[in-house]
Design a protein. Structure first.
Length: 287
């Protein structure tokens, strides 16, 4: 993002000076140079090149004049020049907004949001899932809801980056980590049938060995069992990959879909109650 600013009063007014004074324009330019499209007030205060005792008021002025969009609680996005000085017409990129809210914390976009970024869904959700070890509040931004999910610091692994707008990348769980997370908590993925659909939509990009490695690192027996069933059912050509999982199967039966009551037949190979039928999972994958 580049700005051209005239600070000499003899020059004709152009660009930002149509609605901003020279000091406000210089601050906006500095913010864009230092932080790109988004930032938090905490990041600005920690930048030695920006020393302004009236920073909070100046940021509020930039929001009022439509050059910044407030994400709440000290997080901001810079409104592109092409949007004009009216942030009401600015459509916030929900992925970048979630990353901005995380600030300098370790984070990754997760669950259904990660499924979207990996091409594992047929339509987007209103909720954007943000996993971080910090406790953050839910924020409503335009038509979306940023839903923080608190995880232990040692669970912040298995991430990649994805470009969500040109030259701007965010952290997102890898395909394998996304699969494991969603198998564990399918309510954040649209339900267990949607998790199965996501695996099928990956097609040749689904690598069973990667998912197996992630499940073993995750360490939850119920997840290991559910993944084994899904590979057997949806990727039988990769069935050999499940061998390391079988050694972790215990005698305590689990349920395939943790959101549904126990029932159905017992899959003896995996020690799991099939409370969502194989036919239902297969039907969902081809719908």
């Amino acid at each position: 993002m580049k700005y051209t600013i005239h600070t000499t009063h003899d020059d004709p007014p152009s660009g930002l000076e149509r609605s901003l004074g020279p000091s406000q324009a210089r601050l906006l330019l500095k913010l864009a140079e230092r932080f790109g499209s988004s930032f938090t007030a905490e990041q600005v205060r920690g930048d030695p090149t920006i020393q302004d005792p009236h920073l909070k008021g100046r940021l509020n002025d930039l929001v009022t004049k439509g050059w910044l969009f407030s994400l709440g609680r000290g997080a901001y996005m810079i409104v592109p020049l092409e949007a004009g000085p009216d942030s009401s017409s600015y459509a916030v990129n929900r992925y970048l907004a979630a990353a901005t809210i995380a600030g300098d914390r370790d984070y990754y976009l997760s669950y259904r949001t990660a499924m979207e970024l990996h091409g594992m869904t047929l339509h987007p959700w209103r909720s954007v899932y943000l996993s971080t070890s910090s406790r953050l509040r839910v924020r409503e931004i335009q038509h979306y809801s940023i839903q923080p999910v608190t995880v232990a610091p040692e669970r912040l692994w298995g991430t990649v980056t994805a470009e969500v707008i040109p030259d701007h990348r965010v952290n997102v769980s890898s395909r394998a980590r996304t699969i494991v997370d969603c198998i564990d908590r399918p309510g954040y993925a649209g339900g267990f049938a949607d998790v199965a659909l996501g695996l099928t939509l990956l097609g040749d990009d689904f690598v069973a060995t990667d998912a197996v490695d992630a499940a073993l690192r995750y360490g939850r027996v119920s997840v290991i069992k559910r993944l084994g069933v899904l590979i057997d059912l949806l990727a039988p050509q990769q069935r050999a990959a499940v061998e390391p999982l079988l050694s972790r199967v215990d005698r305590t039966p689990h349920v395939m879909d943790p959101q549904s009551p126990r029932g159905g037949r017992l899959n003896s190979r995996w020690g799991i109650w099939m409370n969502i039928s194989e036919d239902e999972l297969l039907q969902e994958t081809v719908s």
